[in-house]
Design a protein around this ligand. Structure first.
Ligand code: NAP
Length: 242
């Protein structure tokens, strides 16, 4: 059993999640890096954490699968006595115009983003309550706040995260647990490889994509005591897009 302050980052193996994992490890957290399938990316993330004198582990489970998540979270809780941070970062897209969209894509997005949020947030929150300390941060998107052509399913699930987080924040604020949402604009990761970046850049006042590290620094701040009076908020990080 470790008593080191611990952070769990879902989808922590690549992109924004990797940057968050590295940032939190540098801040002294033992970081539990969750991922679903890409073992090599997860191992690389752990290597990067350790080469920077940080500590953590990788753990493979699909957040949308309640049985798998339950088992893995039980194991994490039995080994880590001081879980202070949960970052709900795992996510996927399945873009396309609404009229062309498929039911199975809606199901996958709902499963990973909404059921996944439920599956992991509930047991971790339960664990935080007796300690009266904890910060839960979930990744939404500018698409949830403005809507986006071709992203009805994605906008829907990312907006759901906002509603759920604000509700939970109002339930547990008095218990010293803060619940916030980060809403990135376009961030340079594999997720956006098919996006028309040159066209989108023209809609961004700062005229560039965001970097995963920029999102990670915001997450680190929200986890820290410097953000001790911030809860129930959606913080945008989007180069001025919205
Ligand atoms: P990414 O590069 O595609 O990485 C996605 C991560 O999520 C990977 O680590 C992946 O693991 C993991 N993952 C996917 N499904 C999972 C599941 N069912 N269970 C556990 N892990 C799962 O994505 P990203 O761009 O870093 O985005 C991270 C978050 O920010 C997402 O929630 C995304 O919606 C949000 N966001 C991104 C942008 C952007 O422009 N990039 C903008 C706004 C919001 P495997 O590789 O093992 O599958």
């Amino acid at each position: 059993m470790t008593d080191q302050k611990t952070a769990i980052v879902t989808g922590g193996s690549r992109g924004i999640g990797r940057a968050i994992s590295l940032e939190l490890a540098a801040d002294g957290y033992y970081v539990i890096v969750n991922y679903r399938s890409n073992d090599a990316a997860a191992k690389k993330t752990l290597e990067l954490i350790e080469s920077n004198n940080g500590a953590g582990e990788i753990i493979k489970f699909d957040v949308g699968d309640s049985r798998q998540t339950q088992e893995c979270v039980k194991d994490i809780i039995s080994r880590c006595g001081n879980i202070e941070v949960l970052v709900n970062n795992a996510g996927i897209t399945a873009d396309g115009l609404f009229l062309m969209s498929k039911e199975e894509d809606w199901d996958s997005l709902i499963n990973i983003s909404i059921k996944g949020f439920y599956n992991i947030t509930k047991p971790i929150l339960k664990k935080m309550i007796p300690k009266h300390r904890g910060s839960i941060i979930s990744m939404s998107s500018v698409s949830a706040l403005t809507g986006n052509r071709g992203q009805a399913n994605y906008s829907a699930v990312k907006a759901a995260i906002v509603g759920a987080s604000k509700s939970i924040a109002s339930e547990v604020g008095r218990l010293g647990i803060r619940v916030n949402v980060v809403a990135p604009g376009l961030i340079d990761t594999e997720m956006i490889t098919e996006a028309p970046v040159d066209i989108i850049k023209q809609m961004i006042p700062m005229n560039r994509l965001g970097k995963p590290e920029e999102v990670a620094k915001l997450v680190r701040f929200l986890c820290s005591d410097d953000a001790s009076y911030i809860t129930g908020q959606v913080i945008s990080i989007n180069g001025g897009m919205f």
